[in-house]
Design a protein around this ligand. Structure first.
Ligand SMILES: Nc1ncnc2c1ncn2[C@@H]1O[C@H](COP(=O)(O)OP(=O)(O)OP(=O)(O)O)[C@@H](O)[C@H]1O
Length: 500
């Protein structure tokens, strides 16, 4: 059994099936596993099983989908047992049922009747794959000794209230993709959701960082409290502090009223700070203090306030490079980088491109009253091979644009934007919008001083060309120019301040 062989602790198997005889048959799988097993625990009632699972260690859970009431019910078990191997079984086997079960937390799926050898081989494989999560929060050692379970103070209280009904959450519903890279992300989200520790999400623009943060909040005990998202790149630098911590009247020119900030609004819930790398160093030190003590002062105020907000932050920059360049405080990084999630780019999970495209097509065809049902083979091939520098956001916008501008049963190759249809145009993402090189070739070698266009004007034209190429979409233009979206926001601010 590979890496599990060295583990001397007996494997704890639990089986849930409304039919006692089925449950007993399934539990016989223990005899087929190479590892030694504890006496398996059998349940015929989902609520009893769910309550029980919060009190006992569980390595493997075999769940009958009909007994738990489908995917909704399954997700509650995945949240309750974030480190257990979960195998869903059902008498109604279909690809979509299996995919849904896995999206809701199952590691694998089997159609009934199944052979015990098949079940044993799936369990053994998953046990071998299982890796404990490493939680780096020195002052709160959350890992339970002797188990792989991660618990937190909030978890413990949830466990003592095990008699209360567990509300199933659809936190992962918005995230589409069945690639193994995305399944790893779903797994991390489920494990991280119950903790209080900060989450640090990295990934290129448009990979779904905000969706991921929303999912973590929705699956946490804080789900009924506010989720407050702040995109630091979209706010002028000197206003970020006031947006996070609030200000009192007269704190700065133009502060005609007092205002509470995002930290106050997120009390009891989650504060999502997107593009965290945009904060200046002074504000980073205030954020560090907030993380250490939960306290802060509104701008211009000397009253210290305390809130209980879980912090999730995200960046599309490489944080270690930012630290090396002196733009990001190392101590803040280690404070925030407790539970890291790296979102894969779309080109790293090509198998998800058509699944996402179909989902967006159905959504927008319905919304726009079009009759599209799918894609023709050439369109599919072109989309599957395109590098999607703007990731899921670019794919979503592309499909929406096509749906609005066309109609028919199938999206055809000719409906795709030229950029996607024509591989010769896509050697590098910049080739799409790097008009400067084309221009440079036409410039005569010696020219009078006044005929040279200032750098800022050339830069502005290049950025505006890129924005035109992507219909004003800043993230996609930034991705194609290989700069951060915040650079575009800031340049625009400078142009408007200059009145040009
Ligand atoms: N896995 C996914 N499934 C479905 N939709 C997705 C997925 N990932 C991203 N999207 C969609 O793509 C768009 C961009 O997602 P999101 O804003 O979460 O990305 P981001 O990484 O935070 O981008 P940025 O860095 O530019 O802020 C949204 O419309 C979102 O709904």
């Amino acid at each position: 059994m590979g890496s599990n062989e060295g583990n001397t602790k007996p494997v704890a198997v639990r089986v849930l099936d409304s039919s006692a005889s089925e449950a007993a048959r399934t539990a016989a799988v223990c005899a087929k596993l190479a590892a030694s097993c504890e006496d398996p625990a059998l349940y015929t009632d989902a609520t009893v099983c769910l309550n029980e699972l919060s009190k006992i260690n569980t390595d493997v859970l075999v769940v009958d989908l009909e007994t738990v009431g489908g995917d909704d019910g399954l997700e509650a078990f995945a949240v309750r047992c974030p480190t257990s191997v979960i195998i869903a079984v059902s008498s109604q086997g279909s690809v979509s049922r299996a995919v849904n079960a896995m999206r809701c937390g199952a590691h694998d799926f089997l159609t009934k009747p199944f052979s015990l050898d098949a079940l044993a081989s799936k369990i053994s494989f998953q046990l071998d794959q299982r890796r404990p999560i490493v939680v780096r929060a020195p002052e709160k050692p959350f890992a339970n000794e002797g188990t792989n379970c991660i618990t937190s103070p909030r978890d413990v209280s949830a466990q003592s209230a095990a008699q209360q009904p567990v509300h199933s959450s659809r936190g992962l519903d918005q995230l589409i993709g069945t690639s193994s890279a995305m399944r790893d992300v779903y797994d991390k989200i489920r494990r991280m959701a119950p903790s209080q520790a900060p989450v640090f999400i990295t990934g290129e623009s448009g990979t779904g960082k905000e969706l991921c943060a929303t999912a973590i909040h929705s699956l946490s005990d804080r789900k009924d409290a506010p989720f407050i998202a702040l995109n630091c790149a979209a706010i002028p630098r000197d206003l970020i502090e006031s947006e996070i911590f609030g200000h009192v009247r007269g704190a700065f020119t133009g502060a005609t009223d007092s205002r509470i900030g995002a930290a106050d609004q997120a009390d009891g819930g989650t504060l999502f700070l997107d593009e965290i790398g945009e904060m200046d160093l002074l504000l980073q030190s205030k954020l560090l203090r907030f993380l250490q003590t939960g306290t802060f002062q509104r701008l211009g105020d000397n009253v210290t306030r305390k809130v209980d907000a879980r912090i999730i932050c995200a960046t599309n920059r490489n944080p270690l490079e930012e630290i090396a360049a002196g733009r990001f405080r190392e101590d803040l990084y280690y404070r925030l980088h407790v539970l890291p999630v790296q979102l894969p780019s779309l080109r790293e999970r090509r198998e998800d491109i058509l699944i996402l495209a179909e989902s967006f097509l159905h959504r927008y065809a319905r919304e726009e009253g079009r009759s599209f049902k799918g894609f023709d083979a050439d369109a599919e091939a072109a989309m599957a091979s395109y590098p999607w520098p703007g990731n899921v956001r670019q794919l979503e916008n592309t499909i929406r644009q096509i749906v609005v501008m066309n109609d028919g049963q199938a999206i055809t190759h000719s409906m795709l934007p030229l950029l996607i249809r024509d591989p010769s145009r896509r050697q590098t993402p910049t080739s799409v919008v790097d008009f400067s090189r084309e221009r440079a070739r036409n410039i005569a070698p010696a020219r009078p001083f006044g005929s040279i266009e200032p750098l800022w004007a050339q830069e502005r034209r290049i950025i505006e060309d890129a924005l035109d190429a992507f219909d004003g979409n800043i993230s996609m233009a930034a991705a194609a120019l290989e700069i951060s979206p915040s650079t575009i926001y800031r340049k625009r601010q400078t142009w408007s301040e200059k009145g040009c």
